[in-house]
Design a protein around this ligand. Structure first.
Ligand code: KIV
Length: 259
């Protein structure tokens, strides 16, 4: 495993699937590295998963910068991708560049920004200034006020055609990766086949070059709150609650600490 973007380009050429998971802290980043995960996403899902917020809109650039630095300190092998949070990049390419510089200095190798055609100019500006960009299309949680909720995208032929057009334009503008969230599998497959850059899917079927999931969903730490497209590999909430209850009981019964 190697954290360079060239590794991802090679994997695409060789049709080898790549893996990504969210990480916001040292412990989870190290566990993911030990598991051989190829890339860590310091995502703005942080606000919901860690901060208990109803959406990602309140996450600040300073928060992503802080968590990126922690994750970057924790690991050496996985690629580190950091999210540009809502309000930190949309106004202008120069605003986006200033935000990206902070995340790259914090240790990110690539930044992710949400948006389609409207972000093409920004992606081109950043790419020409040595900022590797992953564009995020489909369900873009920073746009939920406009979309009206966490809804699947690209369901009509017109919407699917627009997403394909956005994907091609973003890749043309210099995006190094494309993340597609909650779109039909056949559309994600077509985009993956047509793009020269690696695609990452979440709720976009099995044909993308890589998959990403939120760590807390994979570990079963968010029961009752897990998106339908996620898969849970551990009964984490039950196991951890039971360990904590054992600790509390032993303290109350005078079993721990022992003499
Ligand atoms: O913020 C995040 O964790 C994300 C993933 C859900 C793709 O953008």
């Amino acid at each position: 495993m190697n954290r360079s973007l060239a590794t991802w380009d090679k994997a695409k050429r060789e049709r080898r699937k790549m893996t990504m998971i969210t990480a916001y802290d040292l412990t989870s980043a190290r566990l993911a590295e030990a598991a051989g995960i190829d890339a860590l996403l310091v995502g703005d899902s942080l606000g919901m998963v860690v901060g208990g917020e109803p959406d990602t809109l309140r996450v600040s650039l300073e928060q992503i910068q802080y968590h990126t630095a922690i994750v970057a300190r924790a690991v050496t092998k996985p690629l580190i991708m950091a999210d540009l949070p809502f309000g930190s990049f949309e106004e202008s390419p120069t605003q986006a560049f200033a935000a990206c510089a902070r995340l790259l200095k914090a240790g990110a190798q690539i930044v992710k920004l949400e948006g389609g055609a409207e972000m093409v100019e920004t992606v081109a500006f950043l790419s020409r200034r040595a900022v590797p960009v992953c564009a995020h299309i489909g369900l873009t949680p920073q746009h939920i006020r406009q979309i009206g909720g966490f809804k699947r995208q690209g369901k009509t032929p017109e919407a699917a055609a627009q997403l394909l057009e956005d994907a091609l334009a973003l890749a043309d503008a210099g995006a190094r990766m494309l993340l597609m969230e909650a779109i039909p599998s056949d559309l994600a497959a077509e985009i993956t086949a047509r793009l020269p850059i690696p695609t990452i899917g979440i709720g976009a079927g099995p044909e993308t070059d890589a998959q990403v999931l939120v760590l807390h969903d994979v570990l079963g730490l968010t029961p009752g709150n897990t998106p339908s497209f996620a898969k849970t590999y551990l009964d984490g909430a039950r196991l951890i609650t039971s360990a904590l209850a054992d600790y509390a009981r032993e303290v109350r019964e005078g079993v721990f600490p022992a003499q």
